[in-house]
Design a binder for this molecule. Structure first.
Ligand SMILES: *[C@@H]1O[C@H](CO)[C@@H](O)[C@H](O)[C@H]1NC(C)=O
Ligand SMILES: *[C@@H]1O[C@H](CO)[C@@H](O)[C@H](O)[C@H]1NC(C)=O
Ligand SMILES: *[C@@H]1O[C@H](CO)[C@@H](O)[C@H](O)[C@H]1NC(C)=O
Ligand SMILES: *[C@@H]1O[C@H](CO)[C@@H](O)[C@H](O)[C@H]1NC(C)=O
Length: 347
């Protein structure tokens, strides 16, 4: 069995419905004004406009993808258009990227109001969050069988179809420089969509051409060998592990192999221990090490990979849904549950 150490899964426990507010519906009007969000509950006053709604992909099928679009905080006409994709597969870009990471309105558990994000990317760009493929977040299909025909290829095709239709609704952004960014499993979604846009642009008409300029992926899933080597290199180049641990791992581990030696596992353990009081997803962020239930010998590895803690530390890092499904190549229907997980398997 292929051993793949590093996977990232995104799950959500956010109920986004409650914060989406009323999307003004002009009924049948395909113009962007019908998607303008005018009274989002708990939203702080802002000067930029935002829009949310569905884009039906094709007349010939019954798929619709949900988006939330934030105009830039200033100089809207000059700023690029950036599409953000979360990964998963199955992760909601609204519930995670927009509401927890880079969107202007953050959802926090200590408040029913939305928190203004001072690091929002719409300070620099017009920011478009897309939930893809169908089945993720608010995106849907009326044909149940579509949900069993998902994968990277269909995700890229459908996201491309979305962009063509979205730009028809927002023609004022058609000439803007267009970039794609994403994280985690979007390490697959982003370059695959980029390639499709690049190829389709070659024979596109004025209507369907996309002014594509580039892409960016962070914390990306590429493939196991690359990801595992990257994980080790990152830890070393950021002074999380010593030269000794690093060189031992290089000597003992061959990530191209399906199984690892005991010496490799032991050296890898050194790396995991080095992360024990560091947030693996944000190494310079202070971590709260004191918790009310610290007596319950919880791992301090706040965002620890489940399998790391399972296999290495023999204790759970957080409650997990029991019946979750792991798909690495196909979109899993995980909308509704949530967190980030970097999970190696030692099977
Ligand atoms: C799905 O079906 C509903 C009810 O018939 C319809 O209003 C909606 O437009 C359909 N959605 C798509 C994407 O075709
Ligand atoms: C919630 O916590 C954040 C920090 O995480 C803080 O900035 C904010 O003021 C808090 N909000 C409330 C309502 O306590
Ligand atoms: C990997 O597994 C195979 C059989 O499953 C075994 O023969 C081999 O010794 C293992 N290699 C290592 C490095 O453990
Ligand atoms: C998991 O699913 C099975 C079958 O659907 C069910 O019997 C079982 O109770 C579920 N377990 C949990 C913990 O939800």
């Amino acid at each position: 069995m292929a051993v793949s150490w590093i996977f990232r899964f995104l799950f959500f426990t956010l109920t986004v419905t409650s914060v989406m507010g009323k999307v003004k519906n002009a009924g049948g009007v395909s113009g962007q004004e019908s998607d303008l969000v005018t009274n989002l509950p708990g939203q702080p006053a802002v000067t930029f406009r935002h829009y949310a709604g569905y884009i039906k992909l094709r007349q010939t099928d019954e798929k619709a993808l949900f988006y939330w679009f934030f105009e830039a905080q200033n100089k809207v006409a000059e700023r690029p258009l950036v599409l953000w994709l979360n990964g998963g597969p199955g992760c909601s870009s609204v519930a995670y990227g927009a509401a927890q990471e880079l969107g202007p309105f953050l959802i926090r558990s200590n408040s029913s109001e939305l928190l203004l994000n001072k690091f929002s990317w719409n300070k620099a760009a017009n920011l478009l969050f897309l939930e893809a493929p169908v089945g993720v977040g608010f995106s849907y299909t009326n044909k149940t069988e579509d949900l069993s025909k998902l994968g990277d290829k269909i995700t890229a095709e459908d996201s491309h179809a979305f962009l063509i239709q979205w730009l028809k609704k927002f023609p004022n952004f058609k000439s803007h420089e267009f970039y794609i960014a994403g994280e985690s499993y979007a390490g697959h979604y982003v370059p695959q969509l980029a390639e499709l846009i690049f190829d389709r642009n070659k024979r596109a008409s004025k209507d369907t051409v996309i002014n594509f300029k580039g892409f960016m992926i962070g914390n990306a899933v590429i493939n196991d060998v690359t990801d595992q080597n990257g994980f080790v290199d990152y830890a070393w180049s950021h002074a999380i592990i010593s030269d000794r641990v690093y060189h031992t791992i290089l000597k003992e581990c061959d990530f191209k192999q399906d199984n690892q030696t005991r010496a490799c596992m032991l050296s890898f353990r050194g790396l995991l221990q080095a992360y024990s009081d560091i947030d693996i997803y944000s190494i310079y962020t202070p971590v709260c090490l004191e918790s009310l239930d610290s007596k319950r010998s919880r791992s301090k590895l706040v965002t620890a990979p489940k399998a790391f803690t399972q296999h290495m530390f023999k204790r759970p890092y957080m409650p997990m849904p029991q019946n979750w499904t792991i798909h690495t190549h196909h979109a899993a229907m995980l909308s509704g549950v949530g967190m980030i997980l970097l999970a190696p398997r030692f099977l």
